[in-house]
Design a protein around this ligand. Sequence first.
Ligand code: AGP
Length: 614
Amino acid sequence: MCGIVGYVGGKSAQEVVVEGLRRLEYRGYDSAGVALVHDGAIVGDKRAGKLANLDKALAEAPLPESHTGIGHTRWATHGGPTDVNAHPHRGSRGRVAVVHNGIIENFAVLRAELEAAGHELASETDTEVAAHLLEREVSAGADLAAAMRTVSARLEGAFTLVAVDAAAPDRVVASRRNSPLVVGVGDGEHFVASDVAAFIEHTRDALELGQDEVVTITCDEVSVTDYAGTPVEPRAFHVDWDLSAAEKGGFDWFMRKEIFEQPHAVGDALLGRHDDAGRLQLDEVRMSEDEIRSVDKIIITACGTAFYAGLVAKYAIEHWTRIPCEVELAHEFRYRDPILTRDTLVVAISQSGETADTLMAIRHARAQRAKVLAICNTNGSTIPRESDAVIYTHAGPEIGVASTKGFTTQLVACYLLGLYLAQVRATKFGDEIAAVVDELSAMPARMQRLLDDAETVYAVARELKDVRSVLFLGRHAGFPVALEGALKLKELAYIHAEGFAAGELKHGPIALIEEGMPVFCIVPPRGRDFLHDKMVSGIQEIRARGARTIVVAEEGDRSVDGYADVLLRIPASSTLLQPLTAVVPLQLFACELATAKGHDVDQPRNLAKSVTVE
Ligand code: AGP
């Protein structure tokens, strides 16, 4: 979720680009840079850290005047947040500069091809590969747009590329696949950007680009083609949002925007981690196959929402690998004197990578010689740095304090880890693993269907906005989803909400049921032994005692119709993967109910996005 700006026009390109990056700071980033075309050369600077570091560097060593330039705020995926890894990246002769948002899945193969041809790449990024490929094309006589079409057609994955050529000072060229890019249309000037927030202070007239398209902007012209070079007419639109809404992509809250980003984020979490045959490729696990085979216990440790992701992971990992898997709250972990050996794999889940409780837990685990693997969304943060290996969730910056896409991409990373362990230890056949990978690949579309029907959930939330207590029930992998749904409501609506294992009701909690009390019931898929039927009988019990049942059940499951006061349908999924869809209505419910109560959904009271104190 990097920030990208490109400009050609009569103003100072450095000023327009840097100010555009400032408008994109809300997206979260860990480095920034600019590149300008001046007098037949590329000039620029880039710095790790915040934009202030780049500002300081540019103040100390001002760049020459230019009217053509590009800029970037980076959210690190491949390679940590360093000056060298910061964008823009250049080709071997420094003639072409490129900035990139997304993940180039086949960059390793392309990098090997370039190095075999004598190219020396300085960074750990996938982006630098594109810079060298583009420069090779223009050096062979192609214009920048033709070069962009040729190179883009070779790339796999999700990317927005924006480039300048020292030999073509009048233009900026960009390409997009599965990653955002918009064009700003000014008077004698044009812009390209990852979102309209970068240029709406200059113009509110914009053009939308489609999949696999290349755009060339000059002072006076915008031309768009597909990757075959066929001209395309982009759709024009007028930006009505104010800057604040633009930063949230038109949503009222970052959290709501991030709920709706989940299909894309889940897709990104899968990118490059399996081949077309469904075979896992998880090199980042950085454990030899022998080490993986010697693992005799897994302990997952985390806090809050990340802990609930770990609870879901336990069901999947134990079923697929037959390795005992414990899940421990990080702040409890080291005080219970856990039994750790060299064959224990401790998995630390953390969106921010800075949660002090989780950091202390992994320090304890490493002191006990256990292997530590982090599942984290923030490249270069402390927890992955202090772990033996890391699986990044690639959710992009999560700005809302209440975690949403952080949670669902943590689930995907845990599933991938479990499948990889099963693949190496051969506890699952290849076709069984491939079947799960196929279903994971179908999840973005299933989640999108739920988001397309968000209004159904919103209506329930608005009707219940004055409720004082809500219960959440689930069984098996649905139990952690119930806990997560309750946490969302607690932290956003500030009301009592509690998640229970449905089987636990008759052991006490059923005494809480009062007339009209809303109870979310997450119904497991049919066909999983007695799990489903037991859940339905639990719904009957609470309804008989006056509960207002809000039933989350898969499409086609008619068995619940007679017991649901509200029925929220989710696409049919396998038991272990159902959390990816079952959680979505609960996220939407909490967000809308808190909004109806007039709360600050992005910054709930008493909470911080990253709890860096124990
Ligand atoms: C979730 O909505 C909360 N913001 C909180 O529970 C969070 O999940 C927890 O503090 C862990 O944070 P981390 O994932 O950054 O380690």
